[in-house]
Ligand binder design. Structure first.
Ligand SMILES: [Zn+2]
Ligand SMILES: [Zn+2]
Length: 311
């Protein structure tokens, strides 16, 4: 648990020590019922001042001896120590304090109203803490259970009623980064029996500057790249074959070394569509092109094509 001690958040000393609390049946969850500035969600520096403000309100306006909560969970999974373990809270309402620890989630009824996943984890961290160190029982309730209030608000109360589950851990964000996004500015004709490298002369994106001009690109790092290649070929007669291939060349382009990813298609007399995708190992010492091989007896025409490479 990411505990913020009273001295760390600048708590005032209580006017009097709260009564000793041997054990409780569990925990009651609260919200502030007021406005929490939405900027708090992205700025943990705003959390301690809010907790101090709540303590001032409880001591100066409510006339309590200290902040009324046992612990306060902020949007960033920090748990601020309020009255703490084995001390009678005052936030649950007269007659209801000895039954449950009081844990506040730092959301309100305006501004920041939706608890972050980290806040829910923080509340759970506080609950686990009072169970293991403060002799709390297993009940998890809302302030409104047994007391006339809307606290802890609709979001936290729904979560409490669902058993206060910990949010699922998030999958790490995929780290795929765009390398290239290319196209053609005009149609390309591949005569019968020939192999032509598509002349990528439209550059939609090239953030790592791996594409000079013309057909070849030059990977900066040797690794697998994910390639998506889409094109249309027209003009082929029925039963004539074309093949689309991502090919590896020497850097100079003088010699083709190997074919990396390719697909054959047979013409149907109108058009052939290719949607080729997959992982391709690319070597930084080599260059790469997309070639179309025309095995037919008439010219194949490529009106459009796009190539996208990510890694
Ligand atoms: Zn409350
Ligand atoms: Zn915070």
């Amino acid at each position: 648990m990411k505990l913020v001690s009273r001295s760390a958040w600048g708590a005032r000393s209580p006017r009097a020590q709260a009564s000793y609390l041997a054990s409780t049946r569990g925990v009651k969850v609260h919200y502030t019922g007021g406005k929490i500035d939405v900027r708090t969600e992205d700025d943990h520096g705003r959390c301690a001042p809010i907790v101090r403000q709540i303590q001032n309100l409880h001591m100066d306006d409510n006339g309590w001896n200290d902040i009324g909560y046992s612990f306060v969970a902020c949007p960033h999974r920090y748990v601020f120590e309020g009255r703490g373990l084995h001390r009678l809270p005052s936030a649950n309402g007269a007659g209801l304090n000895s039954g449950h620890y009081a844990v506040l989630g730092l959301v309100g009824n305006s501004g920041l109203t939706v608890p972050t996943d980290d806040m829910l984890h923080g509340i759970r961290d506080a609950i686990d803490h009072v169970r293991s160190e403060g002799a709390a029982g297993t009940e998890i309730k809302g302030h409104r259970d047994g007391y006339s209030t809307d606290c802890p608000g609709p979001k936290l109360y729904a979560w409490v009623k669902a058993g206060a589950p910990r949010p699922a851990e998030k999958e790490p964000e995929p780290t795929l980064r765009p390398v290239l996004d290319l196209g053609l500015s005009a149609e390309v004709t591949v005569p019968p029996g020939e192999r032509v490298s598509l002349p990528w002369n439209v550059e939609y994106a090239d953030p790592s500057d791996v594409h000079a001009t013309g057909p070849a690109w030059f990977p900066k790092t040797s690794e697998y790249h994910y390639v998506t290649l889409a094109t249309v070929v027209t003009g082929q007669s029925t039963n004539e074959k074309v093949k689309l291939i991502i090919s590896e060349y020497e850097q100079s382009g003088a010699n083709r070394i190997t074919d990396r990813l390719g697909e054959d298609k047979i013409g149907n007399g109108t058009r052939i569509e290719f949607a080729l995708s997959g992982l391709v190992w690319m070597n930084s010492q080599r260059s790469y092109r997309v070639d179309l091989v025309n095995y037919g007896t008439v010219a194949a025409v490529i009106p459009k094509a796009t190539l996208r490479v990510v890694r």
